[in-house]
Ligand binder design. Structure first.
Ligand SMILES: Nc1nc2c(ncn2[C@@H]2O[C@H](COP(=O)(O)OP(=O)(O)OP(=O)(O)O)[C@@H](O)[C@H]2O)c(=O)[nH]1
Ligand SMILES: [Mg+2]
Length: 307
């Protein structure tokens, strides 16, 4: 099942950077070398079972933008499932940015009125930390007002911290077929192994695609942090020609296991009962694999109207 995702926004706002980090194993520093995108770069990303994201990274230079709205209008804006519009928070041309955003919404409304819309207020690292919340809230309000009658969901992002993972996890989560079945199985699994929390990461991107929490945790941003850290670690391993397979972190009151799970996922299990030996949890993870593999296959073969 292919889903067309449009990535738009003015030139230099950071579209290709984020795509390369999430889907092509770049680290943030590598993106300084990226050139401007010429016209549209297409990429297909296989994601959980048969979900394929068809990413259209649309170069944002004005000549290209004008072209998208005129001669390429049908081609670009037809059959869009998701529009991700990226704003550079430091842009000195806000009015022009908003004008292009509105033109984009008009074209979406005409050609793909069912599309979901996400706005990323990007490069937030350039804003002083104490001002981020306020600036983001003001932008969010403007964008929501401007988007009517369409609904948009806004995220603040930066390639220099975990906010990028939070935004993309939330976006991708909304596209995964059969996500409810996945969640209820994860809940069952967490209860059987008596875990505090279980997370499911997509294998290639390390985005969190499902989770089950059974005990309160004080850090609301832990998923994105773990995604970010483990992906960096995985990349470091591959530089040394080693392959990341699994990881166990523990102290006297806590143990966390990350392990390859199904062909498309890694699982992370957090435990706080010191009486449960690691081996027991690892065996439980191994035993659950078959069930989750089956679940992925079922969701791959289900007719599209049920997904
Ligand atoms: N400070 C900061 N810089 C960023 C961030 N994201 C991207 N950049 C930088 O912004 C520059 C432009 O990024 P690109 O990803 O090429 O921009 P683009 O939106 O693809 O531009 P076009 O292809 O011309 O439409 C690069 O030098 C990136 O390193 C961010 O979150 N913070
Ligand atoms: Mg680009």
């Amino acid at each position: 099942m292919k889903k067309k995702v449009l990535l738009m926004g003015k030139s230099g706002s950071g579209k290709t950077s984020m795509r390369s980090i999430i889907f092509a194993n770049y680290i943030a520093r590598d993106t300084r070398r990226l050139g401007a995108t010429i016209d549209v770069e297409h990429s297909h990303v296989r994601f959980l079972g048969n979900l394929v994201l068809n990413l259209w990274d649309c170069g944002g230079q004005e000549a290209f933008m004008e072209n998208y709205f005129a001669s390429q209008r049908d081609n670009i804006f037809r059959n869009v499932e998701v529009l991700i519009y990226v704003f550079d928070v430091e842009s000195r041309e806000m009015e022009k940015d908003m004008h292009y955003y509105q033109s984009c919404l008009e074209a979406i409304l005409q050609n793909s009125p069912e599309a979901r819309i996400f706005c990323l207020v990007h490069k937030m690292d350039l804003v002083a930390e104490e001002q981020r919340e306020e600036i983001f809230r003001a932008r969010e309000e403007d964008l929501k007002g401007l988007s009517k009658p369409l609904e948009c969901t806004c995220f603040r992002t930066s390639i220099w911290d975990e906010t990028l993972y939070k935004a993309w996890s939330s976006i991708v989560y909304k596209l995964i077929p059969n996500v409810k079945a996945l969640e209820s199985s994860l809940k069952q699994f967490a209860a059987i192994v008596d875990a505090d929390e279980v997370l499911l990461f997509e294998r290639a991107t390390f985005l969190v695609v499902s989770h089950c929490q059974r005990r309160q945790h004080r850090d609301a941003h832990r998923f994105e942090k773990v995604s970010n850290i483990v992906k960096q670690f995985k990349l470091s391993c591959s530089k040394l020609a080693a392959q990341f397979q699994s990881m166990e972190v523990r102290n006297s009151v806590f143990a966390a296991f990350i392990d390859g799970f199904t062909s498309n996922t890694y699982v992370m299990v957090e435990m706080s009962d010191p009486k449960i030996p690691s081996e027991a949890t690892l065996i439980n993870i191994r035993n659950a694999r078959k069930h989750f593999e089956k679940l992925e296959k079922v969701s791959s073969s289900a007719p599209s109207q049920y997904q």
